[in-house]
Design a binder for this molecule. Structure first.
Ligand SMILES: [Zn+2]
Length: 581
């Protein structure tokens, strides 16, 4: 409990934000600070809890009607804010943390996935085909079947369209893999999309082919777009329902703020529609997709503020610089991959490929930076991370420091010499902690990258030690869960949730408090609202989560089982597990 408690009204808050007030505060013992002006009364008081604060823990908070934290301390300190209208909740000793941020997530895809043909990651070929056969039974002839997620290392042989043709001759089928960067289509899907022996590889993509040049059905990166463009898109109503479902799920895990990591127009519209219907609770940043070749994506960025709302900022641009370091070898690496891709020996298969040229990238990032937009890169390989850092450096030399913290995302592999470059140029790292336990997608990464480089996979320890700002992103639905509690545990253990003999990048483990800071205060800084979210203290917005255990007092291997009891955003209870049961 806090022995000294700070109580502020809005007026007092204004005072301590200026320098002279801070000096006075330092010279006067807190007990002698003049009493605050009369409180208008708290809307909500949470008492008898263990609130995580910067200095330790406190036992109660008072929140005003605008969702601002008025007081943090012991019961005596919040009591003066109680009126006959105040709602008081006794937490019976439960732990309260600031709301969690997810800085890279695809909720719409996660919601739409509920209507797809899904099988568990690591499924064998037989399990996959059984699942598809079931889905075929429930689907009208001619209708599309989409789903996933297969991973090459769990199949005994490379996927081929004929395997799917046998069980789904009359339905076009498209299955994506665990990385989301490779797809597997049947013959009917290829035919409907117009693929033939003569179809050339598109820019940034690869059509896998057999000895005679016929497509095998495996499509890498942009090669899948030719199929995606003919699958009937969901209706706006379907999008809104899927997004609402996904955001509710995230509330149940305590996620109060999120960054939509690769937003197209329909998704932006769905967010805005939910907000207009009063159904959007989280604070959302939209990172709108950009590609130099795509006129429509330029148009989307220009119209971004059509989708800005109270809790939506459409002030971020997402740029894909490479793919993934799995069997597909699409992540751009500084050194060649350890293994080879069957049947290929081109430059891209040996070292991966950069999707945007530096000549296109640097002026674009400089322009976005000058427009006040934050850029988020997809950079999995160390060559793509370097390209992202170079582009940020170019923007800084042209514009000076703009205040936007451009964010290099995924960062599966980062050259040691590039890590200290981030902080001086105001670049930040985003990492994908759900992936840090041994898992099928990681088996594929280990095979492609080899045992030596894998030791530094997701070098978060080095990133934090360099003083860089590091934030987490689940990358759901590319990964199978959006549960941040698994990720927080994995950040510390780098083992299978619950603990395991084997680990993944163990040398890059961090502490529990560092992991919690990534999900709260670090992410708030990334979002540019660290003055309002990320910490529990007077003057901050009341984005709080009540959880069923105190992570600091239990074995780390139990953290993944944490259950969120209440999620509060802006002083409003937006998820209540008691009401859910
Ligand atoms: Zn993603």
């Amino acid at each position: 409990m806090l022995s000294v408690v700070i109580v502020l009204s809005v007026a007092a808050l204004y005072l301590v934000s200026c320098t002279t007030a801070r000096y006075t505060e330092m010279e006067t013992p807190l007990a002698q600070v003049p009493a605050p002006p009369p409180s208008p009364g708290a809307h909500l008081i949470l008492t008898n809890g263990q609130f995580y604060t910067e200095t330790g823990t406190a036992e109660a908070v008072a929140i005003d009607k605008n969702g601002i934290i008025m007081a943090v301390g012991d019961a005596d300190m919040v009591d003066p804010h109680k009126t006959s209208d105040t709602m008081v909740i006794d937490l019976a000793g439960d732990t309260v943390l600031p709301g969690l941020h997810d800085m890279h997530v695809h909720p719409l895809g996660g919601g739409l996935q509920q209507n797809q043909c899904m099988f568990p990651q690591g499924s064998t070929l037989e399990q996959i085909l059984d699942t598809i056969a079931e889905c075929v039974k429930g689907t009208e002839e001619g209708k599309w079947i989409t789903g996933g997620q297969w991973d090459a290392s769990a199949l005994a042989e490379p996927p081929h369209r004929r395997m799917l043709d046998e069980i789904a001759p009359n339905n076009p089928v498209l299955l994506y893999d665990t990385s989301g960067h490779s797809s597997w289509a049947n013959s009917l899907a290829l035919k409907e999309a117009g693929f033939t022996q003569d179809t050339p590889n598109p820019e940034g993509g690869i059509i896998e082919r057999d000895g005679e040049g016929h497509p095998t059905g495996v499509l890498r990166e942009t090669a899948v777009w030719q199929i995606m463009s003919i699958i009937p898109p969901p209706t706006p109503e379907e999008n809104e329902a899927a997004l609402e479902w996904a955001l509710d799920l995230m509330l149940s895990y305590g996620i109060t703020s999120l960054t939509g990591a690769s937003i197209g127009r329909e998704e932006a519209k769905a967010y805005a529609a939910l907000a207009d219907a009063g159904k959007l609770k989280q604070r959302v940043r939209l990172c709108l997709r950009w590609d130099p070749e795509d006129e429509d994506e330029n148009a989307l960025i220009a119209e971004r503020n059509l989708y800005t709302r109270d809790r939506i900022c459409a002030d971020c641009v997402k740029i894909f610089l490479d793919g993934v370091p799995t069997d597909s070898h699409t992540a751009a690496m500084l050194e060649p991959y350890e293994d080879t891709v069957e049947g290929r020996d081109d430059e891209a298969s040996r070292q991966g490929l950069l999707l945007v040229s530096t000549e296109d990238l640097n002026p674009a990032v400089t322009r976005f930076d000058a427009q006040g937009l934050t850029v988020k890169f997809h950079s999995a390989g160390d060559a793509a991370v370097r390209q992202g850092l170079d582009a940020i450096a170019a923007a800084r030399s042209a514009n000076g420091f703009s205040g936007q913290l451009h964010n290099v995302g995924h960062c599966t592999f980062v050259a040691e010499s590039d890590i200290p470059r981030a902080r001086p140029i105001g670049a930040t790292f985003e990492v994908s902690p759900y992936l840090w336990a041994p898992s099928p997608i990681n088996d594929s990464i280990i095979q492609a990258i080899g045992p030596e480089r894998i030791k530094r996979v997701w070098p978060v320890r080095e990133m934090l030690d360099s003083g860089a700002l590091v934030v987490p992103g689940s990358d759901w639905y590319v990964v199978p869960s959006v549960n941040p509690w698994i990720a927080i545990e994995n950040l510390v253990t780098r083992e299978v949730p619950g603990g395991s003999e084997e680990s993944f990048g163990k040398g890059q483990s961090i502490t529990l408090d560092e992991a919690l800071a990534m999900y709260t205060v670090n992410s708030a800084r990334q979002r540019g609202n660290a003055d309002k979210t990320g910490r529990i203290e007077p003057g901050m917005l009341a984005d709080l989560i009540v959880i069923d255990r105190n992570p600091r007092e239990i074995p780390i291997t139990e953290v993944h089982k944490t259950i969120v009891k209440k999620t509060i955003i802006n002083g409003e209870i937006v998820y209540d597990r008691a009401g859910d049961e």
